[in-house]
Design a protein around this ligand. Structure first.
Ligand code: SF4
Length: 418
């Protein structure tokens, strides 16, 4: 019997063929921390004895969640990470470089890698054919020290998508719809392998959006085979040598197989306060929006910003709605500047933030007031997620977010993109 993508990648890191359900100790290709979870991992590592990391050149510390720092104690945490990087030779991605998952995809992730991050959306790098998964600070600290990690090989779900996405409908709508169907715990500890002609046609940016939200079904990882699209992407990033093709075997065993017809999809809105509370946009049209947030590791990439500019060009934000745009990385920001996208955003009345997580976790740059409604392109809408448990967060695609910002209420982007 053949192997799933997850089984194949993990087998290569164990020196033997492994199957779903087995516990393994596997070599790790990349470990990373961010400024929310990193200081804890660093302190744990320091308590274990002499501070060293197994592979400093493949260990990265990101300062992205509260960057630039809004508070003294967070500034001190940032210093802890900078000093640790200096002591161990680990790489540092400091303020202004962008969100960890975006930079991992641009600069580090390779097809066939095992990637461990102290952040739940580490699964994003699965878009490049890597087995990437988020773990707790202690597990990541140990993986950093030893270059190895233990876990159970997950069972896999195969999600096959066919048909063309209609105008005004995007990868974000596809993944929101899938999360709605599976439920927030519908794929707990599974590897979601996404394939089919629709996924094969998608850019890496779109695949990153899919893989990013795999964890919102409870999945351990989200994976897409590495193909010609992956090769072209890595070449564009100056990493052509990092490419190697990898795919599941045709006779691999899947615990569950789902088929989705993309041509039947409509724009999706995820209602507060759960990420599987998804509904067609028609059920949300007219809901007042105080703040629109476009960015994050889910939808802060150049192609997302291009769609936003297309919608905003010649339009302005509704006077009752604040629009915040946050490019996911410095590279995205620079490309957006060169293409003139920022001019469109500013002319429409947006605030443009430096690259990073922005207001996604509610520590700064757009904390909501009591009773306010935010329409966001992020991946989570839990109570209190954006810093206020009395606020309401709806999730959607960049197109829906941008058009709604101009109307002051949730609106169907097909009215302008259809
Ligand atoms: Fe987490 Fe949001 Fe940052 Fe992504 S952008 S890593 S979801 S805080």
């Amino acid at each position: 019997m053949g192997m799933t993508l997850a089984e194949k990648i993990i087998s290569r890191h164990c020196g033997r063929q492994v199957r779903a359900g087995q516990f393994v100790v596997a070599d790790v290709d990349l470990c990373f921390l961010q400024d929310g979870t990193g200081p804890l991992a660093v302190r744990e590592l320091e308590q274990m004895g002499p501070t060293r990391v197994a592979h400093p050149e493949r260990t990265v510390l990101f300062i992205d969640h509260a960057a630039p720092s809004p508070r003294r104690e967070l500034s001190n945490d940032h210093v802890t990470l900078r000093q640790f990087a200096q002591k161990t030779g680990a790489l540092l991605s400091d303020v202004g470089q962008g969100v960890c998952h975006q930079i991992v995809s641009e600069s580090y992730a390779r097809p066939g890698d095992i990637i461990i991050g102290a952040d739940s959306h580490t699964c994003t790098a699965g878009a490049l054919g890597a087995f990437a998964t988020g773990m707790g600070s202690t597990d990541v600290a140990v993986a950093m020290a030893l270059g190895k990690v233990w876990f159970k090989v997950p069972e896999s779900f195969k999600i096959t998508v066919s048909g063309a996405l209609p105008p005004g409908v995007y990868a974000k709508d596809l993944i929101l719809s899938l999360i709605g169907r599976l439920g927030a715990d519908g794929a707990t500890y599974k590897a979601l392998e996404m394939n089919g002609e629709t996924v094969e046609r998608m850019s890496i940016g779109e695949r990153l959006t899919l893989a990013n939200m795999a964890v919102e079904t409870g999945a351990k990882a989200g994976l897409v085979a590495a193909d010609e699209v992956t090769r072209q992407y890595l070449k564009q990033q100056g990493r052509a040598d990092d490419f190697s093709p990898i795919a599941a075997d045709p006779d691999a065993h899947y615990e569950r197989i789902m088929e989705i017809d993309a041509s039947e999809l409509v724009p999706q809105i995820c209602f507060p306060h759960q990420v599987d509370n998804t509904k067609p946009v028609s059920e949300a049209v007219g809901i007042r929006v105080d703040q629109v947030f476009i960015g994050t590791c889910t939808n802060g990439r150049l192609e997302d910003l291009r769609v936003v500019a297309r919608v905003l060009k010649g339009r302005t934000c509704h006077p009752g709605t604040r629009l915040i745009v946050c490019p996911a990385s410095r590279r995205v920001y620079l490309d957006a500047v060169r293409e003139g996208l920022l001019e469109v955003f500013l002319a429409a009345g947006a605030s443009v933030l430096p690259p990073g997580c922005g207001p996604c976790v509610g520590v700064h740059q757009g904390v909501l007031a009591d009773g306010e409604v935010c329409l966001s392109t992020a991946n989570r809408n839990f109570k209190g997620r954006m810093g206020n448990p009395e606020a309401f967060i709806y999730l959607c695609s960049p197109a829906t977010a941008a058009y709604s910002a101009t109307r002051g209420e949730i609106s169907d982007p097909r009215e302008v993109l259809g």
